[in-house]
Design a protein. Structure first.
Length: 323
C-alpha cells in the first residue's frame, strides 16, 4: 500500500483549499469513465456525456491523450498539478501550470501513466500540454462553470464540516474520513493514501493541501518536498434539489422538507450550506432548524464565524432507525 509519514510541522501547516482545476479534472475523469458513480451525478452526466464524446471524436489525438493521461493506476502529473496553496486561484491561473509543462516532460509523464512506451502519434506530437489544457478548458466552460456557484457552496459545506471535525477530534479522525475504504490513518504519523504498492513518502516540511471535489473520485499529487495535495470526494456530492433520500415514515412524521434538513445533519452544516444542499429558501431552512432544535433533535455550535447544526443523540437515533 502507498503511505505517507506526515510530520507535526506539516500537519500544523495543512489547509483545505478549493480548486476549480481539480474540480474540472475530476469531472473529466467521470466523463472519461463513461459512467456516473453517484445518483447525484446522473443528470449532469447524461446532459454532458454526448457533447464530450462529440468533442473528442472531432479531435482523435485529444482522445488518445486523455486516455493516456488518465492511466489505470496513475494520472500523468501534468494533468493533476499540485495547487500552489497560498490562496484560491481561478481556473485560468491554475491551468497555466498544465500549459507550462515541457513537451519532453509530458511524454515522460504519459509513459508513467501508461506503464510503458508512449505510442504514436502521441510520442511525435509537439503540443501535448496545450492540447490537454484545451480539453480541460472545454470541460470547465461547458460542464463545470455553469454550475460552479452551486458546486462551490457544496464544497464549502464539506470544508466547514471537516474543519469542525478537526477541531473536535484532531487530525487522525479528520484524515481517516477523507476517502473511506482507501485512505486511513495508520498511527505513528502514517497515513495510507491508496492501496497501491508505491514507495512511502516522508513529509517533514512543506504544506499538505486537502482539496475537495464533488465527483466521486480523488488522487494525490506533490511538487517536490514543498507541496503535497490530497484530492478527495466531498461529502455533499452533486445532489439535485431532491437531494438525499428522505425515509417515507420520517417524512410523514416531520414533513418531507423538514426531514430533508434533518437527514443531512450527520455532519455539521450551516443554514446557508443547507440551502445549497436542499434547494429550500433560507427562511424555510431557518424555521425547520428552530423546530428541530426545540425538539432536541439537533444542536447548535460554532466553528469560527459559522453557526453549525448537527444531530443530537436523539436525532441520530431517529434518522438511523428510519434508514
Amino acid at each position: 500500500m502507498g503511505w505517507w509519514r506526515i510530520g507535526t510541522d506539516t500537519l500544523a501547516g495543512s489547509a483545505f483549499l478549493l480548486s476549480p482545476l481539480a474540480e474540472t479534472v475530476a469531472s473529466l475523469k467521470t466523463l472519461h469513465a463513461g459512467a456516473s458513480t453517484h445518483p447525484g451525478e446522473r443528470s449532469w452526466f447524461r446532459r454532458h456525456l454526448p457533447a464530450y464524446r462529440e468533442r473528442l471524436a472531432a479531435e482523435p489525438l485529444d482522445a488518445l491523450l486523455v486516455r493516456a493521461a488518465i492511466g489505470p493506476t496513475w494520472n500523468a502529473d501534468f494533468l493533476t498539478p499540485t495547487p500552489l496553496g497560498d490562496r484560491e486561484r481561478s481556473f485560468e491561473e491554475e491551468v497555466a501550470a498544465v500549459l507550462a509543462t515541457e513537451q519532453a516532460a509530458a511524454v515522460a509523464q504519459l509513459a508513467v501513466a501508461i506503464g510503458g512506451p508512449v505510442p504514436e502519434p502521441l510520442r511525435s506530437a509537439r503540443d501535448l500540454p496545450a492540447r490537454l489544457a484545451a480539453v480541460l478548458g472545454w470541460v470547465w466552460r461547458e460542464t463545470v462553470l455553469p454550475d460552479w456557484a452551486r458546486r462551490r457552496r457544496i464544497l464549502e459545506a464539506d470544508v466547514t464540516a471537516r474543519t469542525a471535525r478537526l477541531s473536535r477530534d484532531g487530525w487522525a479522525a479528520a484524515l481517516d474520513e477523507l476517502c473511506p475504504g482507501r485512505m486511513r490513518w495508520l498511527g505513528d504519523g502514517r497515513l495510507q493514501v491508496n492501496d497501491r504498492d508505491y514507495p512511502a513518502r516522508t513529509l517533514v516540511r512543506g504544506r499538505l493541501l486537502l482539496v475537495p471535489v464533488t465527483p466521486m473520485t480523488g488522487w494525490v499529487s506533490w511538487e517536490g518536498a514543498e507541496r503535497s495535495a490530497i484530492v478527495y470526494p466531498c461529502a455533499g456530492v452533486l445532489s439535485d434539489a431532491a437531494g438525499t433520500v428522505v425515509p417515507e415514515a420520517l417524512g410523514t412524521l416531520l414533513g418531507t422538507a423538514r426531514a430533508g434538513v434533518l437527514v443531512r445533519l450527520g455532519s455539521p452544516l450551516s443554514p446557508s450550506q443547507l440551502v445549497a444542499l436542499t434547494g429550500q429558501g433560507l427562511g424555510s431552512v431557518g424555521r425547520h432548524l428552530r423546530v428541530l432544535l426545540d425538539a432536541g433533535l439537533v444542536r447548535r455550535g460554532r466553528a469560527g464565524r459559522s453557526v453549525l447544526y448537527e444531530w443530537t443523540e436523539a436525532g441520530a437515533v431517529l434518522v438511523r432507525a428510519q434508514r
